[in-house]
Write a new protein. Sequence first.
Length: 424
Amino acid sequence: MKKSTKRTIYTDAELINVMNDVTIPYEERCNLSEDYMRRKDILRLYDIKQLKGETDQRYYVIIDGKKSKKFTHQKDLENYLIELNKSLLDDNMSLKDIYDDFIEARRLGKASATFKKDIYYYQKFIGTSTISEKPIKDIIYMDGIDFFKHCNNIYKAKHQESMKKKYFDNILGALNNMMTFAKKNYHIISENPLADLEIHKDNFAPKLKKTDNVTIYSDEERIAFKQEAYKFAKESNESKYLAGIIFFNLGIRDAELMALKWYDIIEDSHIHVHSELIEDYDKTGNFVGFKFVDHTKTEAGDRILQLNSEVKDVLKTIKKLNLKNGYPISNDDFIFQRSYRGKISHLTPRTVYTSIEKISKSIGMQEIKSAHDMRRTCFTNLFYAGMPIKDIQAFAGHEDVRMTEAYIKKKPSKDENVYLEAII
């Protein structure tokens, strides 16, 4: 962090006198006022306490669970707190200066995957651009235009084509998150000049829209996949091949499936989806393993789903396979397990993907579809089976019904030719 010079803390009365002092240039008085407001914001972070002893009535605050240094006068304590946070008073701070604090805040406040992307976008694009070194208060709209050109040049050098708009939107989102952090945490800017940055679509590579038959499984593919999944599970004695059948029937996310435990099954008729098994990263963004979290992607994701006959049968098969492999099946054990390097552990996203890939190739699928495509397939089939859209939303764990609508894809109509012939 850049260091700033130590400044006087003004009381409200002193500030009024300074602002009314016409011998001080107007711009300087405005700067003093902004500085004073930032100082007040810093002091709001602390609950100043006073000792109650007969002879010791010094002032202190609690920092990281411990009492701070004690001061006879409250103003001396305030000066001490300002000194601890003096980086917040630096008007010339850049994105590089706030990066460490920003990443730590994101690590503690966001999902691991989001935090990892923040690091990647900064290291690849933001940190290598001139915008990262410019004082944040001096960043203007045109800096955003130059930033786009910088990002596009990096992307072109590797891919020999311009970026897609969605990819740049993700990068710009990371940049705007840093600007918002600077605004809220450091009070350097009052408005983000890049918030409404617009780049015309002609500057991006055209978006290649996938057809619906690529993003969901056809009925023929789904049936063939399930038959092959049972075959692979029987031959290998591994439950991982049955994950796809759960996806097709319950439409849960892969992180939710990996976190399922036997105690989540309610009276053999329902299952409680309330947790995830997610990737974990250290402060520098390096992968350190997986962690179990007792929450889902959104609040709506905490849901109880009814089990159909196929899922009930699959769960019985999984329990038998686990017993056969010597895997524990107590209530607190994961439903899906595997043996990895001589140790029993949970499934991983890669394990799920490779099992889906192996089955898909075995049945001759040219396009390898994902677990998320199975999720889309589940909701699409529920819709065509007549389930109301709001019920599908609750089943999916979506907070917004528009997300559910986006998951439902068009299936080929058996009567389509009849309609087409009717208009001749």
